[in-house]
Design a protein around this ligand. Structure first.
Ligand SMILES: C[S@@+](CC[C@H](N)C(=O)[O-])C[C@H]1O[C@@H](n2cnc3c(N)ncnc32)[C@H](O)[C@@H]1O
Length: 237
């Protein structure tokens, strides 16, 4: 085993992409609810809004919001060509092709033609290991938003030294195992989480968001160790 940094794109080759929809709902039993819970926070966004889905994966955010907000336009950014290929198919099935564009690469390398009204990063940033890199990623989101633009962040989080962390982990493992997952798969997934996820206590996450340029950070969602926050870009127009 090497100490090479976790590369999310390696985790989404063709066969894993095919399994992603099933696996993500085992990991996060309220995955669909999380995506549905985003829309109410975006009601004041203009009717002709543009939305940036960072680490769009198979397009869940764009597809849910695209059916809710019929005149919004979307950009999905992802480092994984395999995920983007699936995303493109799913956008077409949802009738969203004409309202969505995809960019293959890191968010930090995406040159946005104009700032966005709102953005999401769902289950992406927890894989970024160093504080500096997390900060540069969150700044890259803030820099691509309009003043007062809305940011939806969802990630695994928690203070590993707190007793609550172990209680939530244990309940989460039981929930996952209840899906008839075999012992080998359980062990593999547990090792993946322990090796690849950088859990931050909520206070540190909020401090990072603030340093990156966000304010009014509000947790709107939690399932086991998955959390979701809404934040506003501090820059004024
Ligand atoms: C766990 S998936 C989440 C996909 C989707 N947001 C969802 O909720 O199902 C994380 C995605 O983030 C992408 N990713 C990781 N780091 C990225 C970065 N810096 N810029 C763009 N995409 C990134 C990965 O390729 C992967 O497809």
């Amino acid at each position: 085993m090497t100490d090479a940094p976790f590369d999310p794109s390696e985790h989404f080759d063709e066969s894993l992409v095919a399994r992603y929809d099933r696996r993500i709902r085992r990991f996060c039993p309220s995955y669909d609810a999380l995506h549905r819970m985003i829309a109410p926070w975006l009601r004041n966004v203009p009717e002709d809004a543009t939305f940036l889905s960072v680490g769009c994966g198979a397009g869940a955010e764009m597809i849910t919001l695209g059916s809710e907000f019929s005149s919004w336009r979307f950009v999905g950014v992802d480092v994984s060509a395999d995920m983007l290929a699936v995303c493109e198919r799913k956008l077409a099935e949802a009738g969203l092709t004409s309202r969505a564009q995809l960019f293959e690469g890191r968010l930090q390398d995406y040159a946005a033609p104009a700032p966005f009204d709102a953005a999401s990063s769902i289950f992406v940033a927890h894989f970024i290991k160093s504080r500096d890199e997390k900060l540069s990623y969150l700044r890259a989101v803030a820099n691509r938003l309009k003043p007062n633009g809305i940011f939806v962040l969802a990630d695994l989080f928690g203070d590993k030294s707190a007793p609550e962390f172990e209680r939530l982990s244990e309940a989460w493992r039981r929930s996952y195992a209840s899906n008839d997952v075999g012992m080998a798969e359980l062990a593999r997934d547990r090792a993946h989480i322990e090796r690849d996820v950088d859990f931050l206590p909520e206070a540190e996450l909020v401090a990072l968001l603030s340093e990156a340029g966000f304010e009014s950070v509000t947790r709107f969602y939690q399932t086991f160790l998955f959390g979701g926050w809404i934040a506003t870009n501090r820059r004024r127009g």
